[in-house]
Design a protein around this ligand. Sequence first.
Ligand code: F6R
Ligand code: MG
Ligand code: MG
Length: 368
Amino acid sequence: MSKITLSIIKADVGSVGGHIKPSEEMIQEVKKYVKNKGKNILIDYYVGHTGDDIAILSTHRKGVLNPQVHKLCWDAFLAATKIAKKQGLYGAGQDLLKSSFSGNVKGMGPAVAEMEIEERPAEPFLFFAADKTEPGAFNLPLYLSFCDPMYTAGFVLSPVLKKGFRFVIMDVAYTKADKIIELNAPEEIYDIAALLRDNGRFVVESIWSRATGEQVVSASTTRLHNIAGKYVGKDDPVMLVRTQKNFPATGEILSPYTIGHYVSGFMRGSHAGPLMPVKRNSTISYFDGPPVISCLAFSVKNGKLTGPADVFDHPYWDYVREKVARKAEEIRRQGFFGQAMLPMTELEYTGVMDTLKKLEKRFTIRKK
Ligand code: F6R
Ligand code: MG
Ligand code: MG
């Protein structure tokens, strides 16, 4: 059996009533486009949205960064952009940063997470999509699931998991080329932690099993303001995670999302807010947020998808959502002060800079 590739390509190409959700017509257009034009390219696909981002999950045998697969998704987003423009939707085409397609969508705006795998006899995997946040939002949950037995009991219970995982981490501040480092858990978890704590700069790109050599995680690393040089929206990441057997169990991968950790991307992409696990096709609301994450579980056989099972659609996560809502309210009480608003380098608007420049002239040095 030849290998299959799992691809997620996602973009925000316009939304209803602000940055809330794409229109039904846009989603139907993407589905129709992928169904018709993808006939001889894809084995299977799923289209959904998280907040204002449309994600296309597909399976095929063409490998990662395949021009045909990427062009198909790019063109599907272009078709949806046309509808968004016609409907007068907000931010129509905002993530399509280049005017013409060249090779693959990396560096062109859309987020990409892909993996070429040898299917196991049973192949469960998770498809994560977040909105109003950035790729570094996955740092903490990935660290906990792949380094910490408090979250992944498998490190204590399974001799295979005990062999650990290899992290590939990218320095996204370096924009001339991909700058990466490989670090091994568990021996180097303190080094991994030292990088991942700085989640605006160091981002997990992939994780590999040291026992079998297989890839377990692929996450998107795009930072839009590094591409465009200015504010064009947050980087709303996507991620694929294979689960079970020699990898963490589905529940072990999900367990860190109970924290609702604070991430960047709340209102105007310029505030910190807690990451709320939400049901599929959820919208955005309070303070243009809070930052949300959805997760759909699939099984795949010869590239054919079964699912999804919506993993955050469960009474347990209703309880978590309430806790996270309280965390959101708590940080919102301090408005733009201190930790509530992001540091200067992460602000998505230039207003504060302009004000400081103007005020600088009015500062005086007091004589002793
Ligand atoms: C966009 C986002 C929003 C916008 C805000 C202001 O993803 O997070 O919070 O930044 O709605 O948008 P503008 O400046 O376009 O009116
Ligand atoms: Mg948006
Ligand atoms: Mg978005």
